[in-house]
Write a protein that binds this ligand. Structure first.
Ligand code: HEM
Length: 427
């Protein structure tokens, strides 16, 4: 059952009613003006909870405040200056697999390649070094099982946590695997005993300040760090890889825009982060508008609240439908068209509350700057090194998968042909 009042929708979910909001002023109200009245973390985050466990991005307010203030500086400004080196290293580590496929004339799963590249960049930004391809595949397969399920019983497993379904053992196995891989990355980092001022060391100070006795035991520390660190790692690669998959998908069906991007990248073989190509910047932001990886932002009202003409009752779940807001005809002319020019020269401030790709307010994304720079670098490296020919575009009618992040329903397969003999270098 659905009821529509202007741009506010109320969906009857049986035991509760979900308020769905689609206007910039709604976003401003919930995420900023009356943010105190809206709690993050509820049943919509259930699939995430099994993987994130006690991570504070999901709920605990005091823990979240401490973690956020520690993490924020490590994902902004000068702290991003090594991203070009990380992107180089990520792609170079994937070149062997790409070459194997090319030699056999086999198509490559571009969506999976983007996932590998973005996990690798995030791992390096966290100080874990460059993961191997088999490590990346094992990690990504386990994440996929946990978050999106690979069996028809996946949702039944989630809905009826007490039922002894066979798929549960599979999920538990995947959860153990994710934990083992991430804990081993953290442990390797800790064994290096690297004194530099990075996010990992800052976090280490945070988690061990109450328990100085465990300092020096890297296995115990790695386990303690896992909860806090893993949620940010996941936030860093799930969204970026989804954004990259949509961007390459859009470019594959817009030849003239693709040619403009290629020309701009060729004309500027090296660029400093702060003066990155403007056209590519527009392409990334427009792609994040049309297909925002974080397609909805959910909260729960603490007390009754009035939004415009409506009263949202205490306890009601509220969803800011970012996908709908980004295509709202009152705010975006030709809302469904791919027009990167809309963003030329536009600052975050100019975009106001109608572009919510990274959320806003006290719980806005801490990695928005990193994400946009990283996406530009990953895409530019790939396009300079290879000519990308799609095997077949996914059918238009079934392309969107409204999962935890907005995903292509089916992965995009491509052939890659080397167009430059030497790998590009932004470093
Ligand atoms: C295209 C890429 C990305 C998109 C679309 C995206 C989107 C978002 C959005 C919409 C939120 C706010 C959610 C809410 O208000 O409930 C958020 C939060 C967050 N993002 Fe991102 N994000 C991206 C990349 C990253 C990266 C690279 C990092 C790594 C540092 C990151 C870390 C986080 C964290 C830790 C939060 C939780 C912040 C808090 O609760 O205080 N994200 N992200």
């Amino acid at each position: 059952m659905q009821e529509r009042i202007g741009d506010v929708y109320r969906l009857d979910l049986g035991l509760t009613k979900l308020w769905v909001l689609t206007r910039p002023e709604h976003a401003q109200h919930i995420l900023q003006n009356n943010a105190r009245n809206y709690r993050k973390g509820d049943h919509f985050d259930t699939p995430l909870r099994s993987v994130i466990r006690n991570g504070s991005a999901v709920s605990d307010l005091a823990k979240w405040r401490a973690l956020r203030s520690i993490a924020l500086p490590y994902f902004q400004g000068d702290r991003l200056s090594d991203l070009p080196i990380f992107v180089d290293a990520a792609w170079r580590s994937l070149e062997g697999v790409i070459a194997e496929h090319c030699a056999l004339g086999r198509p490559l799963n571009l969506s999976r390649l983007m996932e590998c590249a973005s996990v690798s960049v995030a791992c390096q930004q966290f100080g874990f070094g460059v993961p191997t391809y088999p490590e990346l595949v094992a990690y990504l397969d386990a994440i996929k099982t946990l978050m999106y399920g690979d069996s028809p019983l996946f949702f039944a497993t989630r809905l009826f946590p007490w039922a002894p379904l066979p798929s549960r053992a599979h999920l538990q196995q995947a959860a153990v695997q994710v934990r083992q891989i991430v804990t081993s990355w953290i442990a390797t980092r800790l064994k290096q005993d690297d004194p530099r001022d990075d996010f990992c060391n800052a976090l280490l100070r945070l988690v061990s300040q109450d328990i100085p006795a465990v300092q020096g035991d890297s296995a115990v520390l790695a386990a303690m760090l896992y909860d806090e660190l893993f949620q940010i790692l996941l936030a860093a690669h799930e969204t970026v890889s989804a954004g990259l998959a949509w961007t390459t998908w859009l470019l594959s069906s817009h030849a003239s825009i693709r040619e403009n991007v290629a020309a701009e990248i060729d004309a500027r073989p090296n660029w400093a982060i702060e003066s990155a190509p403007a056209y590519l910047d527009g392409v990334i932001k427009e792609s994040l508008r049309l297909f925002p990886p974080a397609w909805r932002i959910t909260r729960r009202a603490i007390e009754d609240d009035t939004i415009g003409r409506f009263t949202v009752p205490a306890g009601a779940p509220v969803m800011l439908f970012v996908f709908g807001l980004h295509r709202h005809p009152d705010f975006w002319p030709a809302p469904n068209a791919f027009h990167p020019e809309r963003f030329f020269g536009a600052t975050r401030h100019d975009l106001g509350w109608q572009w919510m790709a990274f959320g806003a307010g006290p719980r806005s994304c801490i990695g928005g700057d990193m994400a946009v720079i990283e996406m530009k670098l990953i895409l530019a490296w790939l396009m300079r090194r290879y000519r990308i020919t799609p095997v077949a575009p996914p059918p238009l009618d079934s392309r969107v998968n409204l999962a935890v992040t907005l995903r292509l329903r089916r992965p995009q397969y491509v052939h890659l042909h080397r167009s430059s003999a030497v790998p590009p270098s932004f470093a």
